[in-house]
Design a binder for this molecule. Structure first.
Ligand code: NCD
Length: 305
């Protein structure tokens, strides 16, 4: 295990180890306060972020390490035309591990091919977001107690949402997962996910347009925002942006033990009245993201307690 570019870079055993380590960290945070002493994380964020970048940084600080980086392409030499490969080769001289977010699919992979330190994909365009996937797995494990035998509804922008693509890719490796893909026609999961991930793994899935139709069947409802920055024109975004607004009324037929997840940021797709419902776990999910990133960086850097 050297880089994390795609969730399938990790075996199921490695993922299990990372989730277990995250649980150990949650149970005894002081024991991990100095394990990364002297180590530096570089966060190279060419796209906006709140949770991913700050949870990475908080994770490294909580492990006793330190952090350098930039939070927009404009404040780095990318604005002068530097290539991702050159940026990565430079940062390698300053840091021990890189977390990179980039609007271009494959940019973190290119970085990883040019350096000897671990590179973590913190989101590449509409492609993948493997550390959000680890976050989601830890959330599912902690709140449902299992990673198999689940009916999960993905709702919203399934076309451009990288968190959705990444989590589908991962969950289709577990037993007896039923996927219900809830989206307007124009925002359906891309064909390559259906063919190369769902069909290839023999996963059970169906596509629907209305969340009300399937609400009573779900163990997990994974809401997502419409990804404005990936649209080719604003008129389409405006037409589609409020396709789904989850409120308490829509949850009337939902299971008592449903868990409502969202990678955040939320725009309008979950009404704030839902936040108080015990089934809403999206802010806990953001917290699990910090612990799972601590565990991941320990593994990639070969650190132990
Ligand atoms: C997601 C992302 O960046 O893909 N955010 C996150 O990392 N938690 C989801 C989104 O931006 O909608």
């Amino acid at each position: 295990m050297k880089h994390l570019i795609d969730p399938t870079d990790l075996t199921l055993e490695e993922i299990d180890e990372i989730l277990k380590l995250a649980e150990d960290i949650m149970a005894d945070r002081p024991a991990y306060a100095e394990v990364a002493k002297g180590k530096k994380l570089a966060t190279l964020f060419f796209e906006p972020s709140t949770r991913t970048r700050l949870s990475f940084e908080a994770s490294m600080l909580e492990l006793g390490g330190s952090v350098i980086g930039f939070s927009s392409a404009n404040s780095s030499s990318a604005a002068k035309g530097e290539s991702v490969a050159d940026t990565a080769r430079t940062i390698e001289k300053y840091a021990d591990i890189i977390a990179m977010r980039h609007p271009k699919e494959g940019a973190p992979l290119v970085a990883s091919m040019n350096v000897d330190i671990p590179v973590i994909n913190a989101g590449d365009g509409g492609h993948l977001h493997p550390t959000q996937t680890l976050t989601d797995l830890l959330t599912i494990k902690e709140t449902k107690g299992r990673l198999d035998n689940l009916t999960i509804g993905f709702c919203g922008d399934l076309k451009f949402g990288r968190t959705v693509h990444s989590l589908i890719k991962q969950l289709s490796r577990y037993e007896n997962i039923h996927f219900i893909l809830i989206s307007p026609n124009e925002l359906q999961v891309p064909d390559y996910i259906k063919e190369e991930v769902l069909d290839k793994n023999g996963a059970d899935y169906r596509e629907v347009e209305r969340m009300e139709e399937v609400m009573d069947q779900l163990d997990i409802l994974y809401m997502t925002r419409v990804q404005r920055e990936r649209f080719f024109n604003e008129a389409d975004y405006i037409r589609l942006k409020d396709s789904y607004i989850l409120n308490l009324e829509k949850l009337e037929n939902a299971k008592e033990d449903l868990k409502i997840m969202h990678p955040l940021p939320r725009v309008n797709e979950i009404s704030v009245e839902v936040d108080k419902d015990p089934r809403a776990v999206y802010f806990d999910q953001a917290e699990y993201g910090k612990f799972v990133r601590m565990a991941l960086m320990m593994k990639l850097l070969g650190l132990t307690k």
